[in-house]
Structure formats: C-alpha cells, structure tokens
Design a protein around this ligand. Structure first.
Ligand code: PLP
Length: 376
C-alpha cells in the first residue's frame, strides 16, 4: 500500500467499502510500459478503470485509449483525448454506434468477421480496420475464450472484404489473455500475424499495424515479470517473425496499468462456523462478488488481503460477501489464511484492486451501494 493511500484511509470518515486509486502508481506504470516498448504506442483499455481522473492523467502522459462503447469514447474525449487517439476495439458493435463513433472522429475499428466489416463500411466509410484473431489464452489467469477473434486463416479474407468496401485494411490484433504471466505468450500470435501480413501483401493489401492487446499482469499473491521482461520478449518475437520489417505496434494494457494502483478497504461483518467442529471459519465482508470483486469468479483472481492483525497465527477461512445470493462467495475451494484473532468490525485491505472492480459493481443488489471510488 502506498503512503498516500494509507494517509487517505486514515482520514476517511464515510462508512462502507471503497477503492482508493493512487495516480502516482498509474503514472509509474505508464512510464514502465513506455520504457519497455519504446516504439509502441499505448492504448489504455478504458474498461479496466474509467475514472475520469485516471483518464485525465493518462491523457497528460500522452496515452491513447482503447474503447468498447460510445460511452467510453465520450469519457476519453471528455478527459481531453482527441479522436485520433481513440480506437473502437470491441468487435461487437451496433451499426448506429459505429456511426456515432465515426461522427465523433474515431477512425480505427476492430473487426473479426465480414458481417462486422459491412457495418463498419456503411457507418464509417474509409476508416481503418484491424482484424482480431483468436488466441488460446494459455498461461493467462483470466483467459478470454473464443468470444473474440476469428481463426488466423480467415483474417486476410475479412480484411480484403473491408478493402473492397472502401475501408483501409490496416492490421491485425489479438489478446493473449488477461493476467498473462508467460512473457512468451505473444510469440505464436505474432507468428500468425506475420503470416497474415504476407498473405495480405500477396493480395496487394500492405498491412501496417499489429495490435498486441493487453494481458500485462498485476502482482496479486504471486510475483509477476516486470514490464521490461514483456517488452524484451515481445521485441524478440517481433524480430523473429517480421525480421527487418517491423510493423507499427500498439499495446492495450488495462489491468497492468491500473490494477496495482488501487486498494479496497472493507469491513468484517461476521465471522462464524457452520458447525462446532467445522475446520474452516466463514468470514463475511461488506464487499463481495456483486460489490466489485467479480473477478473472484471461479476463484480466478486471488487478491492479497491484509488485516490489522497480520503476524498473528492464521487459519483457513472461507471468504464471502454480504449479499443474499449464494454465489457471493469469493474463496471457498481454496480458502484464505487469515489471523485467528481477526474480529468482527476489523477493517481489511484488499490489494491490487484498481482494475475491473468499480465497473463490475452492481448498482443496488440487496440495496448495497456500488463500490465507492476515490482517486488521489
Ligand atoms: C480488456 C481488453 C484489454 C485489456 O486487457 P488487460 O488484460 O486488462 O490488459 C485490451 N484490449 C482489448 C481489446 C480488451 O478487450
């Protein structure tokens, strides 16, 4: 926890769980990405944390923005980003939203199917398109399945279709899976990208861009490689597959930009056992899956938890949220070790919660407020 967050929480008087995001950490993360990949432009994935202070700080640092909706485009614009610094990276867009984005000046769109290309061609004539290809997500703690992207063999057809309809066939994108801890995960996707570049060149469509996506991790319980290691591995893979003709590249970090910048403060509401001889205690917090900790689904993301009694003897606990939905249990298959001395009313800190928390919080499930957010 940063001193600034500690100081902020010491002075906070409001009741209820909150996340505090330290902009100094966001700025340091941006600098680390810029240093690790000096020839690559950064498009911050707005969905990870769209707080206006975060967007404004990144605008000042020169970041570009990857958006998934017209609302996110408007947030980036309101924060001071010009439209030429914004991509519409969602492959699933209504045609009228493409038209709105185009009217707002956005000229860079993701596609993964000819059906989507046709919408973009009608609603955003002449715009640049990049085709997203499937990635298996191996090595990622929050893999992205088959929902986005087409098989690499289809990409040239998708791009050529766009070209015929007057779009600018501009490049290829992929996402190696979120919280990707293998720095070499980009290699096979870059091999596919290079083949698509060659195929398109043969068809008279020289591509320019490889969008390397997100996937850069946040340190939760285990250490993760630094941005520099990702930069080196990606540069090696680019050189291996593109030789002396390196493409223009962009990255879209979300989690890696803001995850470590945030800290949730929550309160222990109840500690109990299900029977006299229950080997685990149940610890219920005033935040759960519906209050911002959605990424604990399937216990995928395991957040570090600090208590005021760290250092005391620990025992395994099931950790659950406060709502009346039985799915609102964060860690049960693999319980968390918490101090035996932990008591009802204690404040606990859930670390590295700057990404994918505020926007995943329900509006009023069981009457609980959405996660309050402070950016300092
Ligand atoms: C969510 C998303 C990202 C950010 O991914 P992280 O793993 O959080 O870095 C980047 N690009 C696209 C297209 C996304 O959907």
């Amino acid at each position: 926890m940063t001193d600034r967050i500690r100081e902020f929480l010491r002075n906070r008087r409001e009741d209820g769980p909150c996340v505090v995001v330290d902009l100094d950490v966001v700025r340091a993360n941006y600098a680390a990405f810029a240093r690790a990949l000096p020839d690559t432009r950064v498009f911050y994935a707005v969905k990870a944390n769209p707080a206006k202070e975060v967007l404004r700080a990144l605008v000042e640092l020169g970041s570009c923005f990857d958006t998934a909706s017209v609302a996110e485009i408007e947030m980036a614009l309101a924060a001071g980003a010009t439209a030429d610094r914004i991509s519409y990276g969602n492959t699933i867009k209504k045609e009228r939203d493409i038209a709105r984005a185009f009217a707002l000046g956005v000229r860079l769109f993701a596609v993964d199917a000819v059906e989507e290309v046709e919408k973009v061609a009608r609603a955003a004539p002449g715009a640049k398109i990049f085709c997203r290809i499937l990635c298996d997500g191996a090595g990622a703690e929050w893999p992205l399945s088959r929902k986005f992207g087409c098989v690499p063999e289809m990409a040239a057809d998708v791009l050529e279709h766009g070209h015929r309809l007057g779009l600018w066939a501009y490049g290829v994108s992929f996402h190696v899976g979120s919280q990707q801890k293998n720095v070499d995960a980009w290699d096979s996707a870059l091999a596919s990208a290079s083949q698509i570049f060659q195929e398109c060149a043969l068809r008279g469509l020289p591509l320019s861009l490889v969008n390397l996506g997100g996937g850069f991790p946040t340190k939760y319980l285990q250490d993760v490689p630094a941005a520099e290691a990702y930069g080196q591995a990606i540069f090696r893979a680019l050189s291996r597959h593109f030789g002396n003709h390196l493409p223009e590249t962009i990255i879209e970090p979300g989690r890696g930009m803001v995850g470590a910048a945030g800290m949730i403060e929550a309160e222990v509401v109840l500690i109990s056992k299900k029977s006299e001889d229950d080997p685990v205690r149940w610890v219920y917090l005033d935040i759960g899956k519906f209050g911002g900790l959605a990424e604990t689904m399937d216990e995928a993301i395991r957040y570090p938890i600090r208590t005021p009694r760290d250092g005391d003897a620990v025992e395994p606990c099931v950790l659950a949220g406060p709502t009346c939905d039985s799915a609102d249990v964060m860690y049960e298959k693999e319980p968390v070790l918490l101090p035996v001395s932990l008591a009802i009313g204690d404040k606990v800190l859930i670390e590295a919660t700057g990404a994918y928390t505020t926007t995943y919080s329900a509006v009023a499930f069981n009457g609980f407020d959405p996660l309050r957010s402070y950016v300092i």
